[in-house]
Unconditional design. Structure first.
Length: 358
């Protein structure tokens, strides 16, 4: 079997971590007997510099045709001028929208060996294994009107938070399915005490919940959820929430795991095989030094193997190789170690074995 993957390394550490993920994918593919053809394309700041746009139409079309898309990160200080007409992040948003990937799965695991890498007390981290399902193609990121306002000589700006029933239903339904396959608990996070969109969200969660009597659902206000993520994170199983709340809560959740560099994501929905990217950004502060943690990207490659290529055994083998490497003390600097990106990747490759995976 041959699969086509579009690789969008992007900016900053994006190329460093996608290179690592590709090496691991290659090794997993060789052991599985599948073939992968890669096409590398531009997105983000580097695309603005070379093409004048953060994502060109031809690249989006190729992504829509591909079996999966693997992305590094976009953005950086070079393109951060708030008055710039084009921004790297527009490319990422256009890609998510263009692929129709409405559900962004962000699993958060705490590896027992890494509890010291988190500022939280070890007893609070025990048993943390949660999954955030973030709505990805609606809400504040996309709502209209959006832009600058001018009135009576004053300058303003507007972003609109808009959700339609079907946008909520499809992501909530997927979250219920995922919860049913896990520990059967779903926390729907909103701000229903203030936002009309959240009250619609709650109403739809209640409707969908009738289809999943085996799932215990609770509604949690986002401010409380932010607190509970650090006071009792192990109590969460699946969290489903709108676009921006999910963005913010998952950076917070990365603190449980020990580093931003660890968390992967899979963006599903639409017709294609999905979009796979670590949750971190382009990390301009460490870019080009060869010290970025590649595990978020490598674990995203594992999700790609699972959801896009349907290679469950290979996906598990990658996850187990990562776990073994960490257990045996391999760490990049963000986790208090001294391994380079390359050495950490080699540590995973050395432990990758489909035969030993269970
Ligand atoms: P960031 O995630 O890039 O970095 C936050 C902190 O985490 C930094 O100290 C960084 O060094 C560290 N970090 C992140 N990934 C790491 C890794 N793999 N290994 C080790 N340390 C890591 O967030 P930021 O600095 O706020 O944003 C920088 C740029 O990235 C911005 O332009 C932002 O828009 C963009 N961004 C892009 C994405 C994406 O492409 N998906 C996600 C988030 C931010
Ligand atoms: C993420 C990032 C993006 C988001 C930005 C870069 C558009 O923070 O993937 O988490 O907010 O979705
Ligand atoms: Mn983010």
């Amino acid at each position: 079997m041959t699969f086509t993957i579009i690789v969008l390394p992007g900016d900053g550490i994006g190329p460093e971590v996608t290179h690592a993920a590709r090496q691991v994918l290659d090794a997993a593919a060789a052991q599985t007997g599948i073939e992968i053809t890669y096409k590398e394309r531009l997105i983000g700041g580097c695309a603005i510099d070379r093409l004048g746009t953060a994502l060109d139409e031809a690249t989006l079309a190729e992504c829509q045709q591909a079996d999966a898309v693997l992305l590094g990160a976009v953005g950086g200080p070079k393109w951060d001028d708030p008055t710039a007409p084009v921004r790297p992040e527009q490319g990422l948003l256009a890609l998510r929208k263009g692929l129709g990937v409405f559900a962004n799965l962000r699993p958060v695991r705490v590896y027992p060996v890494l509890v010291d890498a988190s500022p939280l007390r070890p007893e609070r981290l025990q048993g943390v294994d949660l999954l955030v399902v973030r709505e990805l193609t609606g809400g504040l990121y996309f709502g209209e009107p959006k832009g600058r306002l001018r009135q009576d000589g004053r300058e303003g700006a507007v972003d609109s938070l808009v959700y339609w029933d079907y946008e909520i239903e499809r992501v909530v339904d997927l979250a219920f399915q995922l919860a049913a396959g896990r520990r059967g608990r779903l926390a729907s996070v909103d701000k229903a005490n203030v936002l009309e969109t959240s009250r619609l969200w709650r109403q739809i969660v209640q409707q969908v919940s009738r289809r999943y009597p085996q799932v215990q659902v609770e509604h949690v206000l986002v401010d409380t959820a932010a607190m509970r993520l650090v006071t009792s994170p192990a109590a969460f199983d699946v969290i489903v929430t709108e676009n921006m709340f999910g963005d913010i809560l998952t950076d917070e959740a990365a603190v449980l795991a020990g580093s931003m560099g660890l968390l992967p994501s899979a963006s599903l929905g639409g017709r294609g095989g999905g979009l796979y990217e670590p949750i971190h950004g382009s990390a301009p502060d460490i870019a080009g030094q060869g010290i970025a943690n590649p595990l978020g990207a490598i674990l995203s490659a594992a999700l790609l193997l699972r959801y896009a290529l349907k290679q469950e055994k290979a996906a598990r083998a990658v996850e187990q190789a990562v776990e073994r490497a960490l257990q045996e003390g391999c760490r990049t600097r963000d986790l208090g170690g001294s391994l380079s990106t390359r050495a950490m990747t080699d540590a995973v490759l050395d432990r990758l074995s489909l035969e030993d995976s269970f």
